[in-house]
Design a protein around this ligand. Structure first.
Ligand code: MF3
Ligand code: CO
Ligand code: CO
Length: 276
């Protein structure tokens, strides 16, 4: 701590915050609203719909619920959500371009409710989706689930990355290295970085009260990524399909609490559910 600085300053200091009941309550409300927003969008994801229209719906929903869109004007970003289609890995910018049958898209939203950030993303299928795309989505969701399943006090960050990487690579897919999850709470992107690859037993020890996101990006091809000239859109170098899903979570005394669980059980939208 620097002398003369308030201890509750809302800047990223690198310190890992351990939150109490008020923090959990704040994150439950923020996470729930993010999930409700993505639930709301589900029926609108159709061929011919523009990603800009989906962004408008998300912004209006957020503001109508008394929350703030965290991405809007964040580091110069000018939209409420990121929409990443097909070979876009993350940070796709909503545009007047229409969705096409067979596309898979990730919609990523962060809402701020009473100062708490609910950061959440999921995959949607546009109409009928080819088998290989549905399989990639399945692998990505299972990778996230396996990462979340190892979270408890005493586990290490490397255990999360290892659980995701071991599963994803066994399915002959790859884990993106260039983007990671992050501490979350009253700060959008806080310490620590949450890598989606790693080794068991390595990295920081988890403690009850830590809040962070887990948001693996999984490619059908190689893990390499490049960012387009717009400064945001990240795509696979080999043009292979990419998928992602993200939860904001808290470490509890016994395990993990998912703040962004879908009230309508639409985390994996119906068109993509149950593919094998
Ligand atoms: N929601 C993204 C994340 O999961 C961050 C998007 S930042 C933006 O961390 F500016 F591109 F929106
Ligand atoms: Co995030
Ligand atoms: Co996000």
């Amino acid at each position: 701590m620097n002398m003369g600085e308030p201890t509750d300053t809302l800047v990223r200091t690198g310190a890992i915050r351990l939150h109490g009941p008020d923090g959990f309550e704040g994150m439950r409300r923020a996470g729930r609203l993010a999930a409700e927003c993505l639930d709301m969008l589900t029926p609108y994801v159709q061929p011919g719909v523009t990603t800009e229209y989906l962004d408008d719906l998300a912004r209006e929903f957020t503001l109508d619920h008394g929350a703030l869109p965290a991405c809007l004007f964040y580091k110069g970003y000018t939209k409420t959500v990121c929409i990443s289609a097909n070979h876009v890995v993350c940070h796709g910018i909503p545009s007047p371009k229409a969705l096409r049958e067979g596309d898979i898209i990730n919609i990523d939203i962060t809402v701020i409710v009473d100062g708490w950030h609910g950061d959440h993303s999921r995959m949607y299928g546009v109409g009928a989706v080819p088998f290989r795309a549905r399989r990639l989505v399945d692998v990505t969701y299972e990778g996230l689930a396996r990462g979340l399943a190892v979270i408890k006090p005493g586990a290490r960050l490397g255990d999360i990355g290892h659980a995701i990487q071991a599963y994803v690579e066994a399915q002959r897919c790859s884990v993106v290295r260039d983007f990671c999850g992050h501490g979350v709470g009253q700060i959008f992107h806080d310490a620590p970085n949450i890598l989606h690859y790693g080794r068991k037993g390595e990295g920081m020890e988890l403690k009850a009260g830590m809040f962070f996101t887990v948001e693996p990006m999984v490619n059908l091809g190689k893990p390499g990524v490049k960012v387009l000239n717009d400064g945001w859109t990240a795509v696979t170098r080999d043009k292979s399909l990419s998928a992602q899903c993200e939860h904001s979570v808290g470490v509890t005394e016994t395990g993990v609490e998912i703040f962004t669980a879908s009230p309508k059980d639409l985390f994996k939208p119906p068109i993509l559910a149950g593919a094998n």
